[in-house]
Design a protein around this ligand. Structure first.
Ligand SMILES: Nc1ncnc2c1ncn2[C@@H]1O[C@H](COP(=O)(O)OP(=O)(O)OP(=O)(O)O)[C@@H](O)[C@H]1O
Length: 365
């Protein structure tokens, strides 16, 4: 089921805008993650799609059908929330069939049909023998799978998930999300997942919709977000980032920090900021450089603190022989921003840049 959102705005009491002219298209079969800091409007957007909260203006379509005025139960969506508690007094099977059991008699399937559906869903969530168990007996991961089965019982093709794995420990969380992605593919669902965890989003979704202050700031796959983030915020939100202020002059980015090598670029002259991931920085031995020391290790990567005079930054690289002073940082892979906007003209200036020009490394001051 496809979802089309056009110019959706929601004001709440006091005039605060919690969704600000949001437009989004989720094609049939897509798996999209809504990410962003707390208060960005992710839950509000999900609830607007489900029909749980009215929008102040704008338009929502599911599968080409306008949703205005349609109550949640008529939207044919399944949703699971973080604290989606199972009913303690009902067995797993009755928890799963709840949405069918409460239907009016005329539209309710027969008992045999409901039991067959429950058996099918128990098999799907890989808990075939736990239908008669009560929720207290289940682990957190098992409960979450039951909550998903419950959401799927009424046969929705659109699944809305709001931090469904928040309460799970990291190992179980990873297993459940892999399972969820398989389930999405197997059932041909369309899934919109809200998560705080960008790693989770990158792992499981085809596309990430990054929200900030009620707006969508970027909507792209992980690779595009990493290569061409729309704002410094997007780059920082998606992972550890080093920021180097500087200026572009005569086709060179000249960093403000000492011990950072300039690099060539074709972007316009003027104040420019270079943002880069710690593992993309390389070190050049140079007499004008700063000191470096190993400060930690993360799996196959080591962390090195490099002194830039006024400040020190930490970079990552594969574990190698101990670095020797003095070093200069080479940051030609950085993404460049001017006035908070990315400066990408046609191709990416950083990937086109020739190797750092060692001969233009400024003399230490
Ligand atoms: N009914 C409401 N009345 C007042 N403020 C609201 C209402 N609903 C949402 N908000 C506010 O709107 C903003 C967005 O909330 P929302 O829950 O959508 O954010 P979120 O991105 O899902 O955050 P989190 O990741 O913390 O769940 C928040 O500042 C929240 O306090």
């Amino acid at each position: 089921m496809s979802v089309l959102i056009e110019n959706l705005t929601r004001h709440v009491a006091g005039g605060k805008v919690v969704l600000d002219n949001v437009s989004l298209h989720v094609p049939d079969g897509a798996f999209v993650a809504l990410v962003g800091p707390s208060g960005a409007g992710k839950t509000t957007l999900l609830r607007a799609i489900a029909g749980l909260d009215p929008a102040s203006s704008g338009h929502v379509e599911i599968d080409g059908r306008a949703m205005e005025g349609l109550p949640p139960r008529e939207r044919n969506v399944g949703f699971v929330f973080q604290n989606y508690a199972l009913f303690r007094h009902l067995t797993v099977a009755r928890n799963i069939s709840f949405g069918l059991d409460v239907r009016p008699r005329a539209s309710r399937p027969s008992r045999a049909e409901i039991d067959a559906k429950v058996a099918e869903l128990l098999a799907l969530i890989q808990l075939p023998d736990l239908g008669d168990a009560y929720p207290q007996r289940l682990s957190g991961g098992q409960r979450q799978r039951v909550a998903l089965a419950r959401a799927l019982a009424t046969g929705p093709r659109l699944l809305l998930l709001d931090e469904p794995f928040g309460a799970l420990d990291p190992m179980v969380r990873r297993a459940v999300r892999t399972w969820l992605r398989d389930l999405h593919d197997q059932l041909g669902l369309t899934t919109i997942l809200v998560t705080h965890d960008q790693e989770e989003a990158l792992d499981v979704a085809d596309r990430l919709v990054v929200m900030q202050d009620g707006r969508i700031v970027q909507d792209a796959d992980g690779e595009t977000l990493d290569a061409t983030p729309a704002t410094p915020f997007v780059m920082e939100f998606l992972g550890e980032t080093l920021r180097f202020p500087g200026v572009v002059s005569d086709g060179l980015f000249i960093p403000a920090d000492t011990h950072v090598a300039p690099f060539s670029t074709n972007v316009a002259e003027g104040a420019t900021e270079a943002l880069i991931r710690p593992h993309e920085v390389t070190l050049l031995t140079d007499a004008s450089g700063g000191t470096v020391k190993r400060v930690g290790r993360r799996g196959p990567l080591e962390r090195l603190a490099v002194s830039l005079g006024e400040r020190s930054v930490e970079i990552e690289r594969p574990v190698e022989a101990p670095p020797s002073d003095p070093v200069v940082l080479e940051i030609a892979q950085a993404r460049l921003f001017q006035n908070g906007k990315p400066v990408v003209e046609g191709n990416h200036p950083w990937s086109d840049a020739p190797a750092v020009l060692a001969d233009v490394v400024p003399e230490p001051v």
